[in-house]
Design a protein around this ligand. Structure first.
Ligand code: PMP
Length: 433
């Protein structure tokens, strides 16, 4: 960061008062401040338009009461939650709650510091061993959130002489990890191994290259063509990182994600994941077979300079992770629900994404129809995610649903009926698949 030098005090007829070495002009008229908020005003105006159109602030929306993993009271109405990312419905896992409760009483409400400064609890280290075993990897490192796992790992590993190649639909945390690091960053076209190959071909063999993809993409629910990406990375000697945030617990025999489903785990250098979706709590991690992953603990600013996860959170993550590994019935329920909703929406002629997954992103014709559709769904007691440009891939306007194992068939029937209304409202505008 550039040092900011303080300007010399202006001469004044008023007497100068020294406060802790800072000289202030007593009674001097304040200098007018330029407008630091001016750059945010277009965003504020746009947000105001959204709030006015919807009659509710979708960003500041309040959940008045939560009844279960799939039901909450919003605006005085009981709603079915269709955008929670709670893929396995484990937020109310009784065993996880009991473990969290025990840890809370044994070790208190928080760690009040980072592991680098305040030390690791046995809870952290045990969960790291469990994660390494879960992924059949040598090393695991915990971060305080999934966002920090990407920012912390990518910024630490990608130095100024390195090149990072990211899919253009990457999550904000991947973009931000690149910004915090010093590597040169290239974007390749979404899910396009040939575009990746073209970019890799231009780079010298001696340069470190890191390719970053996601198992399931968070907005449209499409899968990474991992086999082809791995083949390209191998051809050019590139490292691979897969963010399995939305695939953990969802894909693979024991829930490891796309790497397990495709049998390509051994070809991938690093896996990043989060506990905030299928695991039902909060926290992030990176696992790898590279022993040097350990060095990230002293190189990563988001690891060193933030407080570590509270023991209660770690304890609940540990219990739910074990449930994910040992109980395939949750995944089976999730996929039965996914089949029902994806096929149902498609039969209604709604523009579901290209791959069937528990993330269903419906591309609306424009932001206005997305806003109208979102409100119609809320009025029918169905809460989905509203995703608008510029926070979306290729600037599309999306109504995004995520399914959980905890949804009942009756709930999903209500959801389908509500979407039928959206379709009728938007008739003629939707690109039917
Ligand atoms: N990676 C991806 C692909 C995500 O979708 C998200 C969250 N939406 C994250 C990372 C960050 O995870 P967390 O919310 O646990 O910080």
């Amino acid at each position: 960061m550039k040092p900011i030098s303080s300007p010399a005090p202006e001469s004044s007829t008023e007497s100068a008062v020294s406060l802790n070495g800072v000289t202030a002009q007593a009674h001097a008229a304040p200098v007018a401040k330029p407008d630091i908020f001016a750059k945010l005003r277009p965003l504020r105006n746009r947000h105001a338009h959204i709030v006015e159109t919807l009659g509710i602030d979708p960003v500041g929306m309040r959940i008045e009461r939560l009844d279960s993993p799939t039901e909450a009271w919003i605006e005085g109405r009981r709603c079915t939650l269709m955008g929670s990312n709670n893929y396995l419905g484990l937020t109310f896992n009784p065993a996880a709650i009991a473990a969290a409760d025990e840890a809370l009483h044994a070790s208190g409400t928080g760690t009040t510091g980072s592991r680098a400064a305040n030390g690791s609890y046995a809870y952290h280290q045990r969960l790291e061993s469990q994660l390494a075993e879960f992924y059949a990897c040598k090393r695991a490192i915990l971060f305080t959130t999934g966002y920090q796992a990407n920012v912390g790992f990518i910024s630490a590993i990608a130095g100024k002489d390195d090149v990072v190649l990211i899919d253009s639909d990457s999550h904000a945390s991947i973009y931000d990890g690149c910004k915090l690091g010093e590597a040169t960053v290239y974007h390749f076209r979404h899910n396009d191994p040939e575009d990746l190959a073209r970019r890799l071909a231009r780079l010298p063999a001696s340069v470190n290259k890191l390719v970053i993809v996601e198992g399931i993409y968070s907005m449209l629910g499409d899968y990474c063509p991992l086999k082809e990406i791995v083949a390209v990375a191998r051809r050019y000697g590139a490292y691979i990182l897969v963010d399995e945030a939305h695939a953990l617990g969802v894909l693979g025999e024991t829930g490891r994600g796309l790497t397990q489903q495709t049998g390509l785990g051994a070809e991938v250098d690093f896996i990043v994941g989060t506990f905030s979706k299928s695991v039902g709590t909060i926290g992030g991690f990176c696992v790898s077979n590279h022993d040097e992953l350990e060095t990230v603990r002293i190189a990563s600013r988001p690891y060193c300079f933030t407080a570590s996860l509270p023991p209660s959170v770690v304890a609940s993550a540990s219990v739910s992770l074990e449930r994910i590994r040992t109980d395939p019935s949750l995944r089976q329920k999730l996929w039965a629900n996914t089949d029902f909703l994806y096929d149902g929406l498609r039969a209604l002629g709604l523009p579901v994404g290209p791959d069937k997954s528990p993330v269903i992103g419906l591309i609306m014709p424009d932001a206005e129809s997305a806003l109208r559709g979102w409100r119609t769904l809320l009025d029918a007691g169905v809460y989905v995610n509203l995703a608008l440009p510029p926070a979306t891939p290729r600037n599309v306007a999306l109504l995004r649903c995520s399914l959980t194992a905890a949804h009942s068939r009756a709930q999903l029937e209500v959801v389908l009926a509500a979407f039928e209304r959206v379709r009728d409202q938007t008739a003629g505008l939707l690109a039917v698949q």
